[in-house]
Design a protein. Structure first.
Length: 248
C-alpha cells in the first residue's frame, strides 16, 4: 500500500502536503470520474513500485494478476519472435495504465513490458479490483469505458497500416497523438513530445527506420512540422491537409 507524504510545518512554501493516495489515483483518466469512496477503496489495496531504465516489468506469458498505473517514467509494450524481430505496440507514460486486461480475465500477459526510463507505478492486484468492483459499480464502468477506448485506438492503428501509405500513416499517428496529449496546446500550432524514438515509431507504423526518417523529412520539407530540440512543432492544418493520402 502506498501512503501520503507528511506535510512540513515550518510555514515555508514547502508546507503543502504530498497528494493523498486518492488524489494520486484520481489523476489517472481511467479513475478521474470515480466516487471518493471508490477511490479510497482502490487506494487501500495499491502499492508503489519502481523500476530502473531497461528493467523488465513482465514478460509475455507471465501470470497476469496486477494492473500498473504509471505515475512517472515510460514503459514500452513489445511483441517479439525467436529471431529477434519485434513490434512496439505502445509506449506508455504518466497517466497511462497497462496490464488491465488481467484484471478482467486473469489470463497470462500478452506482451513484454520494459521500463524505457526510470519508472514508478501504482500497482493494483486483481483480487482487490474484483472486490471493489463488486461493491462499486462505477469501477466496472470506468474499466469498460477504458477498454472501449483502447479498442478504438487499436482499430485506428490497424486501419492506418492496412489502408494508407507511410507518410499518411505518420501524419495520422501525429494527429492522433496530438488529440490525446492534453499539454500539446490549442489552435493550429501545437507542441508535441513523442516520448518515443524513430525506431519505436517505425515499429508502431510497420516500416523500416530509414523510411520513417524519410517520411519525417518530407513533412519538415512540406512545412507540416519542424523540430525544436525534443519538441515537434506541428502545423495542424498542414497535417490535416496531408492526412487523406493514397492507399498502398
Amino acid at each position: 500500500m502506498f501512503t501520503a507524504g507528511r506535510s512540513r510545518s515550518d510555514g515555508t512554501d514547502g508546507s503543502r502536503a504530498l497528494p493523498t493516495p486518492q488524489a494520486r489515483l484520481q489523476s489517472f483518466p481511467i479513475f478521474s470520474a470515480l466516487s471518493a469512496e471508490s477511490l479510497a477503496d482502490l487506494a487501500q489495496g495499491m502499492r508503489e513500485q519502481h523500476w530502473g531504465a531497461g528493467k523488465l516489468i513482465f514478460s509475455r506469458g507471465d501470470a497476469g494478476d496486477h494492473m500498473y498505473a504509471i505515475f512517472t517514467g515510460r514503459i514500452r509494450l513489445v511483441l517479439s519472435n525467436s529471431k529477434g524481430r519485434e513490434i512496439v505496440l505502445r509506449t506508455l507514460g504518466p497517466g497511462d495504465i497497462l496490464g488491465e486486461m488481467a484484471l478482467i480475465d486473469g489470463e497470462p500477459r500478452s506482451a513484454d513490458a520494459t521500463a524505457a526510463e526510470d519508472t514508478t507505478c501504482l500497482v493494483l492486484p486483481r483480487a482487490r479490483f474484483e472486490a471493489v468492483a463488486q461493491l462499486r459499480p462505477d469501477v466496472g464502468m470506468a474499466m469498460a469505458r477504458h477498454l472501449s477506448n483502447h479498442l478504438r485506438r487499436t482499430n485506428f492503428q490497424m486501419e492506418s497500416i492496412a489502408l494508407y501509405d507511410l507518410q499518411t500513416r505518420l501524419v495520422r499517428f501525429l494527429l492522433h497523438t496530438l488529440a490525446h496529449t492534453p499539454d500539446a496546446g490549442h489552435g493550429n500550432q501545437r507542441r508535441l513530445i513523442l516520448g518515443v524514438n524513430q525506431t519505436d515509431v517505425s515499429a508502431i507504423l510497420g516500416a523500416s527506420r530509414p523510411k520513417i526518417s524519410q517520411a519525417f523529412q518530407a513533412l519538415i520539407a512540406a512545412g507540416a512540422i519542424r523540430r525544436d530540440g525534443d519538441v515537434l512543432l506541428c502545423d495542424v492544418a498542414a497535417l490535416t491537409d496531408l492526412c487523406e493520402g493514397p492507399a498502398d
